[in-house]
Ligand binder design. Structure first.
Ligand SMILES: NC(=O)NCCC(=O)O
Ligand SMILES: [Zn+2]
Ligand SMILES: [Zn+2]
Length: 461
């Protein structure tokens, strides 16, 4: 089956030009001068629209166990919602329970995802038990296409790793070429602040933000950077939310250290004011790190322009308001941490283009090309070029839409962006040559999505 996308504006991270895109089977076969005679089984007119590489969301949590419940999207519902939003690859986190091996964890995540995804997927591994055995098993994970490992400086007693444990994992990463991803918040200090707030009778959702001050994200980020420097390991800071943390990343990058960071749409568009909504509404916005006062947002946009922030991922980790978030009524520390977003990342970042914060090429770079490069999928993914997977989105930059739980496809009963009016809309989505979204309908199938075994990082960004 071949498809010709005619008359669109092809946007890659490196530039934009008018071209027709020929898809043959699962791959992009050619970029052709607009109007040049080419035979294809199907021809789609993309006049007035953008043709961009499918989005890559490098940070999702489908079916993730957390705080006695699990995130509401399955791999099936979550990847279908991703497709609706122009994301054709997710990288989800396999979570090692304490006492389990990394390989049994990987098997467990494969059994959840394999045969159930609408678009392609890969895995990172969360190491919550640093033992001689788990460190050895990092080699087997790498051989199995999983070469990025997340660690936590937060959540003592659950995922938390000591500085010594982090140092050992970083040494192993240095030796193997793996990437260490860090949840950088000082969990030991935060736990004290949480206990003090609860002891004073302060249980509302806004306390989640007040007990996790930005300084404690800045401190943990600096500490992770120093540990990475000592070991010579590259470091990727996940879900960076605070200007203090960004300052630390910027300073390290200015000295040439291999430190990278992602932020998330919620930190660009939502704020502590949302956590402080009346009643229990703020629970919808509980995620860690927490939403920050609004003034952090301009620093984050600046970081995206200067490439001190290289990626925007969603940290999609949805919990329903009606039952799951209610676990924390009266005690904010029991609200399951996480927010939905996998469906809206490409659109929300396009608002950065509309408002003049970033160029449209930078938009493509942030939502697709850099995650592909950073996590060993480039040039298979992240680019419109001959030979690449035909993960292609036709995007209408002029269409408008209103985000709402009434119309979204994520299996969660609220939208963090309810009522947001956005300019731009996904028109058609191809996943490895298969048309999965077109004419306002889903045409994909569960099980089309394939596991992406990722190559070791080349640090091209
Ligand atoms: N971010 C969040 O609150 N939940 C998901 C787990 C994590 O990424 O730390
Ligand atoms: Zn995290
Ligand atoms: Zn996360």
């Amino acid at each position: 089956m071949s498809t010709l996308i005619r008359n669109g504006l092809v946007i890659n991270a490196t530039g934009s030009h008018a071209a027709d895109v020929l898809i043959d089977g699962e791959h992009i076969a050619a970029l052709v001068t607009t109007g040049f005679e080419v035979q294809a089984d199907e021809v789609i007119d993309a006049a007035g629209k953008y043709v961009i590489p499918g989005g890559i969301d490098a940070h999702t949590h489908m079916e993730m166990p957390f705080g006695g419940t699990q995130s509401a999207d399955t791999f099936e519902t979550g990847t279908t919602a991703a497709a609706w939003g122009g994301t054709t690859t997710i990288v989800d986190f396999a979570v090692q329970p304490k006492g389990s091996s990394l390989l049994s964890t990987l098997d467990r995540w494969h059994s959840k995802a394999d045969g159930n995804c609408a678009v392609d997927y890969g895995f990172h591994m969360i190491i919550s038990d640093v033992t001689d055995e788990s460190l050895k098993e990092m080699d087997s994970c790498i051989a199995a296409g999983v070469n990025s490992f997340k660690m936590f400086m937060a959540y003592p007693g659950v995922f938390y790793a000591t500085d010594g444990e982090i140092l050992r994992a970083m040494q192993k990463a240095r030796e193997t070429g793996a990437t260490i991803m860090m949840h950088a918040e000082n969990g030991i200090a935060i736990d004290q602040l949480v206990a003090q707030a609860l002891a004073s009778g302060l249980g509302d959702p806004v306390q989640h933000g007040l007990t996790r001050p930005p300084e404690l994200e800045g401190e943990a980020t600096s500490r992770a950077i120093q540990l990475a420097k000592v070991t010579g390991s590259p470091l990727y800071i996940v879900h960076l939310s605070a200007s203090q943390a960004l300052d630390a990343v910027t300073a390290a990058r200015d000295t040439g250290q291999n430190v990278f960071a992602e932020t998330c749409p919620q930190y660009l568009y939502l704020s502590l004011e949302d956590l402080a909504r009346p009643g229990f509404e703020g629970a919808k916005y509980v995620a860690s790190p927490p939403l920050r006062p609004k003034e952090h947002q301009s620093s984050l946009w600046r970081g995206l322009r200067t490439n001190d922030l290289s990626v925007v991922s969603t940290d999609h980790c949805p919990f329903c308001f009606k039952d799951q978030k209610q676990l924390g009524v009266g005690d904010f520390s029991k609200i399951p941490n996480g927010m939905p977003g996998v469906e809206h990342r490409v659109d929300l970042l396009h608002q950065g283009v509309v408002k003049g914060e970033i160029t449209r090429e930078r938009w493509v770079e942030i939502v697709s090309t850099t995650p592909a490069r950073m996590f060993g999928m480039y040039p298979r993914k992240g680019v419109i070029a001959p030979g690449a997977d035909a993960d292609v989105v036709i995007y209408d930059p002029k269409a408008s839409q209103t985000i709402s739980a009434e119309t979204h496809h994520m299996a969660v009963d609220y939208s963090a962006y309810e009522g947001f009016e956005v300019t731009g809309k996904v028109d058609t989505v191809f996943s490895r040559g298969r048309k999965v979204i077109a004419d306002g309908a889903y045409h994909g199938s569960t099980g089309h999505g394939r596991f992406v075994s990722r190559d070791l990082n080349q640090y091209l960004v």
